[in-house]
Design a protein around this ligand. Structure first.
Ligand code: NAG
Ligand code: NAG
Ligand code: NAG
Ligand code: NAG
Ligand code: NAG
Ligand code: NAG
Length: 646
């Protein structure tokens, strides 16, 4: 639960002479380095193991190119004095910073505060062998606004701290020239310092890489498959010139080609049905197929799963459906915060440790809470079989308007901010929608940034639901998770701490009464806490001072698990007696001063008694099955050994 900030992410890039280097995998630029991990208020088992070559994996599994070079690693950094500081041309920036990272994090090596405007710089070399095609520079995410200069020229501006963006830099780099001088760059955006709950994340917080592409290259790939083997593919290319593409889909186990479609046109939806009915993707059988797209001079590697999500009335109750059956999604609120990396998991194993834990406890879903993760996170969910409810990050705080009828006042965006929100909502959906595990989108969380007055006669959420639906008609939509609901979207989604109130005839203001024309969903409940010893606490006084705001504190783990069992049973009764169709337990891990995780913030303490939770969660799925849901077995207990993830 946090509010999003505006920051500057400023980049300075320049190019040095083009020695031919192995283009499959080169280590990032390596200079003698003074970079060191700072000491965070709390570390994790991974903090001091990272080295200077972080996140080496290809960052975009659903649109992979063969020739690429990772630019993650040590970059140069300087805090900027303000929005109007001219670029520090020809200056060597004095500090080193690990990319990707949050400037506020220990992993960055900077651990700065109030780093609102910044300069970053790096050098990279474009392989000679890429000379004939285009060179693309990709940023997973830069918070919040970035101006990119290469070799002294401003080449791009991106606004939106969660959106992946790609820049064609071919005309700004050259192979074989003399090295240019240092050509720094900058751009600034002000932070709204009003309110926040956790440490912010500024800077380049997802992977950066260059890759070689064909002249008329693929800019985006939309790929979805339904339960009957109907594939919808849209290959977007530069300039949207209509050309021919081919698609090959292979069963990962048999590696047999199940489909090689006749050539189809790029830059438009192409729909066809696979020759044989494919295996369906679901949490208990997360089958994926490898995909190759051949277009112009490029072969793109990707993957897909076959699934159908629907909202359907079953015996008078609206239910979420997967592949034609009512599925009972049960997950956690998953914030994706780390004490050492803030927004950035130390590495892929650390990231998947959380997800493996959820699966082992018995959850079949995560609600990714007002944060957009790197693609590799969603790929891990696709592979593990975890449904994802993806929240749109809440709008930045705007003017504060007090409403006496709300427990906490909303912060309403102005016209420009609203336009940014809408733009970035659409980009998020486009960016992530090809991941089969994504089951639903959330537009607003608890009224944050939600316009509460009618615009042109109706509430804004209805337009936003239409927007999301038009970008992705294959998912369910929670227009408002908690608080003010005007009837938009697929869910009647309420929040209630600690006890659930899911589809029940009793309710707790400000969440509204259950609306039986939509799916009854408990977007948040639980949140019971348990204080830890100093060794596992985020040692920031402000955080320690707010531990007492946790909804409930249990003095020991026996009582934590006793209370969890009670709440899970209460929830199950609501499945049996009322129309409850799924829910979200708060939360995966502790975050700073919030001590209500299944795991501690440092991931070293698992509070969960696996026997208790697995039994109660299986009973939940069974209760749902008795109401017509598909059977779901949480499977054999698995080892949850941290050492396997180091
Ligand atoms: C960065 O610069 C801002 C504004 O000049 C200043 O307030 C802030 O303290 C600086 N932060 C660091 C980490 O130097
Ligand atoms: C880039 O190369 C120049 C010249 O070799 C060097 O002075 C500078 O420190 C390098 N910058 C980075 C960020 O590595
Ligand atoms: C809360 O009060 C505001 C301002 O008076 C009003 O516009 C809004 O409709 C009210 N909301 C609810 C849920 O009653
Ligand atoms: C939680 O534990 C910490 C450290 O043991 C202690 O400083 C703090 O007062 C405790 N807070 C509450 C609310 O129990
Ligand atoms: C929570 O703890 C802080 C710091 O110890 C204290 O100032 C505040 O009054 C406490 N709040 C409650 C509700 O106990
Ligand atoms: C679920 O399992 C139960 C008991 O094994 C069985 O009776 C029921 O038919 C199954 N339901 C579905 C939808 O497969």
């Amino acid at each position: 639960m946090k509010v999003i900030f505006l920051f500057l992410g400023a980049l300075l890039l320049y190019h040095t002479a083009g020695a031919v280097i192995d283009y499959h995998r080169v280590p990032p630029y390596e200079a003698p380095t003074t970079y060191t991990v700072q000491k965070p208020p709390l570390d994790t088992p991974w903090t001091y193991r990272l080295g200077s070559n972080p996140w080496p994996e290809y960052p975009r599994p659903q649109l992979q190119r063969e020739h690429w070079q990772n630019l993650n690693g040590i970059w140069k950094y300087r805090n900027a004095t303000g929005p109007n500081e001219p670029p520090p041309w020809n200056q060597d920036l004095p500090h080193e910073v690990l990319v990707p990272s949050c400037l506020e994090s220990a992993l960055s090596g900077v651990q700065g505060e109030y780093t609102i405007h910044s300069w970053f710089s790096t050098n990279f070399t474009v392989p000679e062998l890429w000379r004939d095609g285009r060179v693309l520079l990709n940023f997973g995410a830069v918070d919040y606004e970035a101006v990119i200069y290469i070799n002294g020229q401003q080449i791009a501006i991106n606004r939106g701290g969660y959106a992946t963006f790609t820049i064609d830099v071919t005309d700004y780099v050259s192979t074989g020239d003399e090295p240019d001088a240092v050509n720094p760059i900058g751009k600034q955006t002000l932070q709204d310092p009003n309110h926040y709950f956790y440490t912010p994340c500024s800077g380049i917080w997802q992977s950066v890489w260059i890759e070689a592409a064909a002249t008329e290259y693929v800019t985006r790939l939309d790929l979805s498959g339904d339960m009957n083997g109907q594939v919808t593919v849209n290959v977007h290319t530069l300039n949207s010139v209509s050309g021919n593409a081919e698609i090959r889909i292979r069963d990962r186990d048999q590696s047999a080609t199940i489909l090689a479609a006749n050539p189809f046109k790029t830059n438009g939806e192409f729909i066809f049905t696979t020759g044989q009915v494919p295996k369906r993707w679901s949490p208990d059988s997360p089958v994926l197929y490898d995909v190759e797209i051949i277009v112009g001079g490029e072969t793109i590697r990707s993957y897909m799963g076959f699934r159908t999500y629907e909202n359907r009335n079953i015996n008078g109750v609206y239910r979420p459906m997967l592949n034609g059956e009512f599925i009972f999604p049960f997950g956690t609120l998953d914030q994706g915060y780390w004490p050492d990396g803030i927004y950035v998991a130390p590495n892929r194993k650390a990231m998947t440790y959380d997800l493996n834990m959820l699966k082992a406890v018995g959850f079949n879903m995560v609600r990714k809470h007002i944060k957009v993760e790197p693609s590799l996170f969603y790929t891990a969910c696709d592979e593990l079989g975890l449904l994802v409810i993806q929240d749109m990050p809440s709008p930045r705080t705007g003017n504060r308007i007090e409403y006496s009828n709300c427990t906490r006042p909303p912060y309403l965006p102005n016209v420009d901010e609203q336009a940014d929100f809408v733009d970035q909502l659409g980009r998020m959906v486009d960016q992530l929608k090809s991941h089969p595990s994504i089951f639903a989108w959330t537009i607003y969380n608890e009224g944050w940034g939600q316009l509460l007055t009618r615009q042109n006669g109706h509430y804004q959420e209805f337009d936003l639901v239409d927007l999301v639906r038009s970008r992705d008609p294959t998912r369910l939509i929670s227009a408002t998770s908690g608080w003010t609901d005007h009837g938009a979207g697929d869910f009647s989604d309420t929040h209630s701490y600690a006890s659930p109130k899911c589809g029940t005839p009793f309710y707790k203001i400000p969440s509204p009464a259950y609306d039986p024309t939509r799916i009854a969903f408990q977007g948040e409940f639980g949140g019971i806490g348990h204080n830890l010893t100093d060794a596992h606490l985020w040692k920031v006084q402000d955080a320690i001072d707010t531990i007492n705001q946790t909804y409930e504190i249990n003095a020991d783990l026996n009582s934590f698990n006793y209370r969890a069992r009670q709440l899970l049973r209460e929830f199950r009764e609501q499945v049996e007696l009322f129309d409850c169709s799924g829910g979200v337990w708060t939360q995966t891990t502790d975050v700073e001063g919030e001590l209500n995780g299944l795991l501690s913030y440092d991931r070293r303490v698992l509070r969960v008694d696996l026997n208790v939770w697995r039994t109660e969660i299986q009973a939940l799925y069974d209760a749902a099955a008795a109401r017509g849901a598909m059977n779901y077995s949480i499977g054999e207990p698995v080892e949850l050994e941290l050492k396997n993830h180091l």
